[in-house]
Ligand binder design. Structure first.
Ligand code: ATP
Ligand code: MG
Ligand code: MG
Length: 549
């Protein structure tokens, strides 16, 4: 693992280890709030935190930061566990929950009160905002700031025991209302909330705030390096103040740049809105940038890990091109996915000189560059399907497919020449009558040269399939940015999904596994849908970069 390139965080850890800090132990954590499904941004944090633990033979905890029970659920917890494991990581200890520390956190709050470092404040939300001041103006001390320890203790216990309603009182750290850092202006550390919690049930009606919970959870777990995204830089003084004041184990908070991807939103709140308002079918809709959506789209865990490694870890925000993510999956599937022949828009071909009732079976390589991938049987007969796009009556210049009196090779089969295009009443070509050259199986024909190679399936043996052609979910490069009077929903691509229902696939695909990826010859990379029972394939990515168009 140390052979992998380092980054500014590994440099910090290397230095710590050289100086003997933490006795060389490295403990990290990945701390999602279970208020939605994980997205590709979280994958970066997972690869980073679990990757650091692997690199230094340390450990990475999976900890649910569950202090907002009304937005959280067990469904989200289960999905997050599944996604982290699917990405290829595992945690040593049991799963952690911030709610598992509620007793200790309450005791820490009491310690702060007893040290004169916290007080109960009964300003309402609006007054609280007024007193807090602004970036330019210092705040004012709350009239409740100088309550005695006894009074604070009595009320805090009453809050815990349900004698206060939501919003009637909060516990605040007593720091500095004039601090230039607004996070340090006596931040709230506990609030009253009469809600059921998915882990602790109805035991609590006071819940700790994120900034108080997070640093102390890190300290309780003796996390050595607490890696978070840049927006928490301004919270670091508070992180340090809580731990210094309570004299606990003191993890080092290190901030890195979050992943931003163009044409994508990576915010659980916005992704939830896409699901709730039915712009997509579910959290794991293959158009979603969620880990479960990418999985269902056909992304492999390896491709996502490779992507995260390539984008690197830095201290300055940037936007990564979606094409980089696609490159990672294309690269994996090109090397590792079997090939198959599937006709997306079928048109019938009859081989007029092929004996009636005759059938053959061709052995076709599963992978052109990897013999170990083996071969498969592909049946052949008098009637075939080819893609309508592979025939043109009036071909454009440099046409390499089928045309009247032209010849092409059927991949893995014979060379055929087209004699006649049969049309329906609207002038639409409905059938091609062709001749096959029986001396061309694996051999070049004599005296003429086929222009190209096309894919096909035997009409008699073909299986019906449904194919979902996915395109980008947003038409706008920065759907998330500030657009005059518009929000990200206004940029949804109305053509992000095209369903093809008349697809003819080679019969070997019937026995493919759910989730298995393929290159459909000349069409792109597809995977068998993970959820649907029928023969349903999702387009993972086109053969070549289509984002540059
Ligand atoms: P969101 O805004 O999508 O809800 P969040 O940061 O609130 O994201 P958490 O569940 O708190 O979501 O995230 C868990 C961890 O994942 C945090 O440490 C957070 O910093 C990290 N993370 C979240 N989004 C990204 C991102 N886009 N890039 C890198 N890391 C991220
Ligand atoms: Mg968060
Ligand atoms: Mg959030």
């Amino acid at each position: 693992e140390t052979s992998k390139p380092g980054n500014f965080i590994t440099q910090i850890i290397d230095k710590d280890n050289e100086s003997g800090k933490n006795a060389g132990v490295v403990t990290t954590r990945f701390p999602p709030e279970p208020n939605g499904y994980l997205h590709i941004g979280h994958a970066k944090s997972i690869c980073l935190n679990f990757g650091l633990a692997q690199r230094y033979n340390g450990q990475c905890n999976l900890r649910f930061d569950d202090t907002n029970p009304e937005k959280e659920s067990v469904e989200y917890i289960e999905s997050i566990k599944r996604d982290v494991e699917w990405l290829g990581f595992s945690w040593k200890d049991d799963i952690k929950f911030a709610s598992g520390y509620f007793d200790q956190l309450f005791d820490f709050a009491v310690q702060l009160i007893q040290a004169g470092k916290a007080y109960v404040c009964e300003l309402n939300a609006e007054q609280m905002r007024d007193y807090r001041g602004t970036l330019k103006e210092p705040g004012k001390n709350s009239p409740y700031r100088d309550r005695t320890v006894e009074e604070n203790m009595t009320i805090f216990m009453d809050m815990k025991n349900g004698k206060y309603k939501d919003g009637e009182a909060v516990l605040r750290a007593k720091i500095d209302m004039a601090s230039p850092n607004i996070n340090m202006r006596d931040p709230i550390i506990y609030r009253v909330r009469h809600v059921h919690h998915h882990q602790t049930g109805d035991k609590w009606c006071v819940y700790p705030m994120y900034d108080f919970t997070h640093c102390l959870s890190d300290a309780i777990e003796e996390v050595t390096h607490s890696v978070c995204t840049l927006e928490f830089q301004d919270h670091r003084p508070l992180y340090d103040w809580v731990l210094d004041t309570l004299k606990t184990f003191h993890p080092q908070q290190i901030e890195f740049a979050r992943l931003n991807l163009n044409y994508t939103v990576t915010s659980k709140r916005k992704l939830k809105q896409l699901v709730d308002e039915k712009h997509v079918s579910s959290w794991d809709d293959p158009r979603m940038p969620t880990i479960s959506g990418l999985r269902r789209r056909g992304y492999t865990a390896l491709s996502i890990r490779n992507f995260c490694e390539r984008i690197g870890v830095t201290k300055s925000d940037s936007v990564v091109d979606f094409g980089m993510l696609e490159h990672a999956i294309r690269e994996d599937l090109d090397a590792n996915a079997n090939r198959a022949m599937v006709v997306l828009n079928p048109i019938k071909v009859t081989l007029t000189n092929y004996p009636e009732g005759k059938e053959e079976i061709f052995m076709v390589n599963n992978h052109p560059k990897n013999e170990a991938a083996g071969t498969r049987e592909v049946p052949f007969g008098k009637e075939l399907y080819i893609d309508a796009a592979d025939f043109a009556e009036v071909p454009p210049r440099k046409w390499k497919r089928l045309t009247l009196e032209g010849a092409v090779r059927l991949r893995g089969g014979y060379v055929i020449t087209c004699d006649e295009a049969i049309k329906d009443a609207h002038g639409e070509v409905v059938e091609l009558r062709c001749r096959y050259d029986e001396n061309t199986l694996g051999v070049n024909p004599e005296g003429y040269k086929p222009k190209g190679v096309i894919h096909w399936v035997s009409a008699k043996h073909a299986v019906d399939a449904r194919v979902n052609l996915y395109d980008r979910l947003f038409n706008e490069e920065a759907p998330d940015a500030n657009h005059e009077g518009k929000n990200f929903l206004d940029f949804i691509n109305p053509e992000s999904l095209t369903v093809l229902t008349n697809v003819k696939a080679e019969p070997s695909l019937v026995s493919s596994d759910k989730g298995q990826g393929f290159q459909f010859e000349r069409e792109g990379y597809f995977c068998r849908d993970l959820v649907e029972e029928g023969i349903v394939f999702n387009r993972t990515v086109t053969l070549r970069d289509s984002w540059a168009k």
